[in-house]
Design a protein around this ligand. Structure first.
Ligand SMILES: [Mn+2]
Length: 271
């Protein structure tokens, strides 16, 4: 029995299958934890989502920005853009069931392996975040999506308007969704540069990687797992903060980390 965290699959079903073979995944004994962005940009979003759904007792995910974008298109509050590869999914006869299941997935997960504890998100969180605040925010976002998926998804993707309703920590639910599913570069005042997608070495003057700050959440037995930032190529150079998106959809590789011992397994993108 083992637990594996796997980075962004983005519709790369063949590489995902190869990786599961490589780690000899057994859905009766093992657990897989996905960093989100299961779909989009790659060729086989439907196959990935079906596999995860069919194995949902053993395979768990957090939501990423592409998963939320798909839901927004499905619920009719966003349009497809020219780089999207979501048609197989949107045209699938049982898509309602898959979409409904996806709306129930969290944005933050806590994984316990013996004495070790892992916090998993798709993109990141503010340096001031605590386990308590992340749990609370995760609960609020899930509740909002469940109660009114259309309205909530519309609010999440309304990038021009500052969402008015602020939570106790002065961030709105939209701010929090941006932190959890989109953040990379952040300045000292917790302002995000959401356009930045480059390497750490390309960050502008006042901006640092969100995980380069002294994160309040970090404790001795606690680690962080995230995806989303392919340009990091799996490296943060910070102990117990693990970047798992190794850019499979960008012709690099798909990576799994065994949580019991930290060993990494990768497969290259098949061309
Ligand atoms: Mn992403």
């Amino acid at each position: 029995m083992a637990n594996y965290a796997i980075g962004d699959i983005q519709g790369c079903f063949d590489e995902y299958s190869l990786l599961l073979n490589k780690i000899k995944f057994d859905s009766k004994k093992d657990f897989i934890w996905l960093t989100g962005d299961l779909i989009n940009r790659g060729p086989a979003s439907l196959s990935v989502l079906k596999h995860v759904f069919d194995n949902r007792k053993a395979i768990k995910t957090v939501l990423g920005n592409h998963d939320l974008h798909f839901l927004a298109v499905h619920y009719g509050v966003r349009k497809l853009n020219k780089f999207d590869t979501l048609s197989d999914l949107l045209n699938f006869q049982d898509i309602d069931e898959l979409a409904k299941w996806l709306t129930k997935q969290p944005l933050v997960r806590e994984i316990k392996i013996g004495k070790k504890e892992f916090i998993m998100v798709h993109a990141g969180f503010p340096k001031s975040a605590t386990k308590k605040s992340l749990t609370e925010v995760n609960r609020k976002i899930r509740k909002a999506i469940k109660n009114n998926p259309k309205k909530t998804l519309k609010m999440i993707f309304d990038h021009n308007r500052k969402a008015p309703k602020l939570l106790k920590d002065k961030k709105s639910l939209k701010d929090w969704v941006d932190w959890l599913t989109r953040v990379r570069a952040v300045d000292e005042n917790e302002v995000m540069d959401l356009r930045f997608k480059g390497k750490k070495s390309e960050l502008k003057d006042n901006f640092k990687a969100w995980f380069s700050y002294d994160l309040k959440i970090m404790k001795k037995h606690r680690s962080v797992l995230f995806g989303h930032w392919a340009a990091l190529e799996g490296k943060t150079n910070i102990e117990r903060i693990h970047a798992l998106d190794t850019g499979c959809v960008w012709n690099k590789k798909l990576t799994a980390m065994r949580l019991e011992d930290g060993r990494k397994f990768s497969v290259n993108k098949i061309n």
